[in-house]
Design a protein around this ligand. Structure first.
Ligand code: WT7
Length: 631
């Protein structure tokens, strides 16, 4: 099994070793996995061309590590426990044996429909066991999965399918979220009008809402699995073969497909899972993320399963049937590790303690936080009311691009501090740089967070456009991976992530580019131009504030706002809907035509008293007008 750090002194020793001899360190970790053929070279890298290869020449399949390897030792242990949206519906336990069988069977369904190693398969599903099975079945046969979060629109699905040229889509009829029933197959059908590459759609039933099924293209999951065997040897993969694509937002253009590969991602997701949470045998790990995001990929599916853990998968939302649902799930399944997002914590905190006080949370050992900066108030509430002051909180900083956790306490070992991600994990070498890329040394400083040496989970490319990968991550500062985050390092050398320094917003833990929302708003009839910024929001962390110029005076502004929201929902999905839309006659622009977002951010934050220098603006008077109409 994966070595686990057991004391702070050992952390320091292991960390120093990982910096002095990164290849030796990671080779030792990687020995603990099952390889068909050993690697020939541990690492090859060049940040200038964004090329990183780990465990070069090694052959393996991640599902042999996630499933087959455990059959002899823990075949009857729960691999996945599934909890329904509806508390009255019975939960499902899939043991490692059962999960292995279902994955192999569905892998054969994929093969039957022509799927081959290297094909791209889009998965658009609710949080049901079939989602994890579909992901693993792709990996089993060497097909590259591209999971699209169930909240994205048909247009977003189509963009992702076309970018990766997927030939198969796996979906469900619909999904249950709280008291809502949401159609998924219908949305896929809308998307596929624009997607000639897709030849097959496999549909699992969840809501059994009426859906159109096209002869020759669409098949039912349940029917298909009856026609195949449950014996499916894993495809032999190279360490550097692609495992999956996951689309994420940046500061410009359309979302990009972050690519992770088989060997390095497996080692990194599993090592960080075992160490950060200090998972002990038989424990139940509950990560509340959706598998549509990287957190779900790494800490519901791959990390826990490769470590032989029991992973709890929850279909619903924290507030259904009431704001005590998480606590009920923890009590019911005796959850030991809870890994959730600050936005969920703040939302549940706002309901007061009546939903917590009468719940039995005594099984909890470790609490995790991920996705956005956690404010001290939320950290303290989580610590006192959920952890009862005796569960370490691991505030884990990482990104879709990093594959796994990068800066985080190790549960029970690293001394925590509210709102601090604390220290880098072994193998992670953070540095802070100023605007010119000069390293900021010492403690009690802040700057732009970069990483100066590759780790096994690092992004390999952006699908179909390697140049974009170089530009986005490796060009801002020479020979460094740039995270896009601002960060401070305090007197103790502890890291605190302060938020994005680029035009990326973090809304309820969802990453959304301002440019993406602007493009969606600009699609709306009558809109001439728009500018979008994030602003502090009590629950969501950041809210979306849009300044919009229309081609004529609006008679009914409220209706116009609703119309624009409908367009954004169609273009991206409900998660990208602006919280505030202010209609303006102009935007603050420099003489060269660049929008001064700094000013718009100040106004959105309500900081109108110190807007700063406006003398470089083409027309400073627009600022007064915008302040006058601020929402
Ligand atoms: C961005 C990455 C990686 C899991 C989910 C989000 C922000 C993430 C923290 C944290 C402060 C955090 C950063 C990062 N972020 N974790 N513990 N403290 N900020 O993945 O969608 O790729 O977003 O989320 O700004 O760059 P993602």
């Amino acid at each position: 099994m994966i070595p686990q750090i057991s004391s702070f002194q050992q952390y320091q020793e292991v960390y120093n070793h990982s910096v002095n001899d990164p290849e030796g360190f990671w080779a030792e970790v990687a020995q603990n996995f099952q390889w068909r053929k050993p690697w020939k070279k541990t690492l090859e890298w060049d940040f200038a061309t964004a090329n990183t290869k780990w465990f070069v020449g090694g052959k393996m399949n991640i599902t042999e590590n996630a499933l087959d390897r455990h059959l002899a030792t823990r075949g009857d242990q729960a691999a996945i426990i599934w909890e329904s949206n509806d508390p009255e519906e019975e939960s499902i336990t899939l043991t490692y044996k059962m999960l292995h069988q279902k994955v192999c069977q569905f892998a054969n369904v994929l093969k039957k429909h022509g799927a081959k190693k290297g094909d791209r398969i889009c998965i658009y599903m609710p949080m049901i066991p079939e989602l994890a099975i579909a992901v693993l079945a792709c990996a089993r046969i060497g097909a590259i999965h591209s999971v699209v979060f169930g909240g994205f629109s048909a247009q977003s699905i189509a963009d992702r399918i076309n970018d990766a040229q997927c030939n198969i889509v796996i979906t469900s009829d619909g999904s249950f979220r709280g008291n809502k029933e949401i159609g998924l197959k219908n949305t896929v059908d809308d998307a596929l009008i624009q997607c000639p590459s897709v030849k097959k759609v496999i549909v699992s039933t969840r809501t059994r809402t009426p859906v159109s099924m096209l002869k020759g293209r669409d098949v039912w999951w349940e029917n298909e699995v009856k026609t195949v065997s449950s014996d499916c040897p894993a495809e032999e993969m190279d360490s550097e073969d692609m495992l999956f694509i996951l689309y994420t937002s940046g500061s410009t253009g359309k979302p990009k497909g972050v690519v992770h590969t088989c060997g390095g991602y497996m080692v990194y997701a599993t090592y960080t899972f075992a160490n950060v949470f200090q998972y002990q045998p038989e424990q139940v790990h509950f990560c509340t993320a959706d598998i549509g995001w990287i957190t779900g990929h790494s800490y519901i599916v791959y990390g826990p399963l490769c470590h032989g853990a029991t992973s709890l998968m929850f279909e619903g939302i924290p507030t259904y049937p009431d704001a005590g649902r998480f606590w009920d799930v923890i009590d019911k399944h005796k959850v030991n590790i809870l890994y959730t997002a600050p936005t969920a914590i703040r939302s549940l905190m706002s309901f007061g303690n009546q939903f917590v006080d009468n719940k039995d949370l005594s099984s909890l050992k470790t609490l995790g936080s991920v996705g956005e900066p956690i404010n001290e108030e939320a950290w303290n509430w989580y610590n006192e009311n959920i952890g009862k002051g005796k569960c370490p909180i691991v505030d884990t900083w990482w990104q879709t691009e990093t594959g796994g956790i990068m800066i985080s306490p190790i549960a029970g070992i690293t001394k925590t501090k509210p709102a601090y991600a604390t220290l880098p994990l072994p193998g992670v070498q953070p540095i802070l740089v100023d605007e010119n890329g000069n390293e900021i040394l010492g403690n009690g400083v802040s700057g732009n967070l970069c990483i100066k040496f590759p780790w096994p989970g690092i992004i390999r490319t952006t699908y179909g456009d390697h140049e974009r990968c170089i530009q986005t991550y490796f060009s801002t500062y020479k020979n460094l991976y740039f995270t896009g985050d601002g960060c401070l390092r305090d007197e103790d050398g502890y890291y605190r992530i302060t938020g994005r320094v680029d035009d990326v917003m973090n809304v309820s833990g969802h990453r959304i580019g301002t440019a993406e929302v602007e493009n969606a708003i600009n699609m709306h009839l009558g809109v001439i131009e728009s500018a979008v910024v994030g602003y502090p929001h009590d629950i969501k962390g950041q809210g979306i504030y849009a300044y919009v110029i229309c081609d004529k005076d609006l008679e009914d502004k409220d209706l116009a706002r609703k119309d624009i929201l409908a367009t954004v929902t169609r273009a991206i999905g409900p998660i990208a809907k602006p919280d505030k839309i202010q209609f303006v006659s102009g935007l603050p622009k420099t003489r060269s035509g660049k929008i001064m977002r700094r000013i718009l951010r100040k106004i959105a934050e309500g900081e109108t008293a110190n807007i700063g220098d406006t003398s470089t603006l083409l027309d400073p008077s627009v600022v007064e007008e915008i302040i006058g109409g601020a929402l």
